[in-house]
Write a protein that binds this ligand. Structure first.
Ligand code: PLP
Length: 436
């Protein structure tokens, strides 16, 4: 398919070519290479509020929001001031800091399921540490995960289902030994019977069940509350720990994330993205009893040179303080709902096969008209539509993550006018995609 280029992208194209000389595929994280869509990736020069500008001077209304962290948009004044004030006093000391205490306190005082927290530097690190903790607490080795959930590039979780229903995983990346993958069992979402059957067969070998309570890495696979309650009940029944990976949903669908949204208590929660206000922060938290297994109190080792870096803590603190303002989440959810509904109405009126699942301020352009709850319900052929929509939107100044499997994020910096503009432009892009 040939795409007509109506905006200048020469500088991005040149920098991308140069980047090939430095980085594998020209990037430092694979999806940034734009391989699922058309043209070179945009090299972004700056971002303010709901917009960012690339090196060719094109301005975009941004719904990627750095893949989720920027719940207050770009260059948020409160975060900026806090960071500048903090960085003036030095950037890293390798000691505890008051800033770390302040962020820890704010989270614990406002999250009913977190009694102790440990800060790390990425979502992947949070998940990796949570798995070790679960294994350390239970003394068991195996892990259950679900198809369609992504948990970062942790070896034990770069695993896909093998053949058969109850499956031992096979690694989904070179470099992950099959011996590691074999300890991960991969099940479909939403099947309690199969989960119980697996736990019975595994008789005491499983340490934990890990799930994205709001699966948002393979489309947006919104789950029923009853399924999350099933997970809670089954984990209790079989004596395994339940981990909610809330790297995306944490502080995004509500201050207490999906655990609070659905009112289901996991044993361990992992965080990332929003918690760092745009800086590299991850965390994992649980009851005091569970967290006391972590060194230096307990025998589970976990450490980090830049853990709880004060500048990153300052950014996180400034971000989360704003999330606690009255009606913050209600307002954001209402705006997102309005935009998603307008898009769906437009598609329905014209008979376009598109709907827009959304929760909190997360949305997804889903092709087809049926609700999608599992990864296997996504038809990869439909990604051709996304390619056209993505391309059209770049031409008209709207930026979505460069893959049809990625979700979009609305920030508090997106004004109602921004969202109206987005609806108009996304509808026009749909006309082009579905008219082909
Ligand atoms: N877990 C979930 C649910 C995620 O969405 C991600 C990243 O997108 C991760 C873990 C890994 O986080 P990071 O990219 O910060 O390592």
């Amino acid at each position: 398919m040939k795409f007509e280029q109506r905006i200048p992208r020469e500088t991005s194209a040149r920098l991308f070519e140069e980047a090939q000389e430095y980085f594998p595929g020209g990037v430092n994280s694979p999806v940034r290479a734009f391989r699922s869509v058309s043209g070179p990736p945009l090299f972004i020069r700056e971002g303010h509020g709901s917009h960012m500008t690339d090196v060719d001077g094109n301005r975009f209304l941004d719904f990627c929001c750095s893949w989720g962290p920027l719940i207050h948009g770009h260059d948020n004044a409160h975060i900026r001031e806090r960071v500048i004030e903090t960085v003036r006093r030095g950037t890293s000391f390798g000691t505890p800091t008051e800033m770390g205490n302040r962020l820890g306190k704010l989270i614990l005082e406002n999250h009913r399921y977190v009694e102790r927290i440990r800060f790390v530097s990425s979502g992947t690190e949070a998940v990796m540490s949570a798995l070790r903790l679960a294994r350390g607490v239970t003394g068991k080795t195996r892990i259950i995960k679900f198809e369609g959930c992504y948990h970062g590039h942790v070896d034990q979780l770069l695993v896909k289902a093998g053949s058969g229903l109850v499956t031992f995983g096979t690694s989904s990346s070179a470099g992950v030994p099959e011996s590691v993958a074999r300890d991960t069992l991969v099940l479909p979402l939403g099947n309690r019977e199969l989960l119980e059957q697996t736990l019975t067969e595994q008789a005491g070998q499983v340490a934990c069940i890990i799930v994205e309570p709001v699966p948002a890495n393979n489309g947006l696979l919104i789950q029923d509350k009853s399924w999350l309650e099933d997970l809670r009940a089954v984990a209790h029944k079989y004596g395994v720990l339940l981990i909610f990976d809330e790297v995306i949903s944490g502080f995004r669908v509500g201050f207490e994330g999906a655990a609070g949204y659905y009112d289901v208590q996991p044993d361990i929660i992992t965080f990332g993205k929003v918690i760092g206000g745009g800086f590299p922060v991850g965390a994992y938290g649980a009851s005091k009893e569970i967290m006391d297994h972590i060194a230096p109190v307990g025998p589970v080792y976990q450490a980090g040179t830049l853990s709880a870096n004060p500048v990153a803590m300052a950014a996180g603190l400034a971000a989360l303080e704003q999330c606690l303002e009255p009606d913050f989440y209600t307002r954001l959810e209402a705006r997102t709902h309005e935009m998603a509904t307008a898009l769906e109405d437009y598609a329905r009126e014209r008979g376009y096969p598109l709907h827009v699942p959304h929760i909190g301020s997360i949305f997804w352009l889903a092709f087809g008209t049926e609700r999608i709850e599992r990864a296997d319900q996504i038809d990869p052929a439909n990604m051709e539509y996304f390619k056209v929509i993505h391309h059209e939107l770049l031409q008209t100044g709207v930026y979505l993550g460069p893959s049809g499997y990625e979700v979009g994020f609305v920030s508090s910096a997106h004004t109602p006018e921004d969202l109206e503009e987005a609806v108009t432009k996304i509808c026009a892009a749909m006309d082009v995609a579905f008219a082909r």
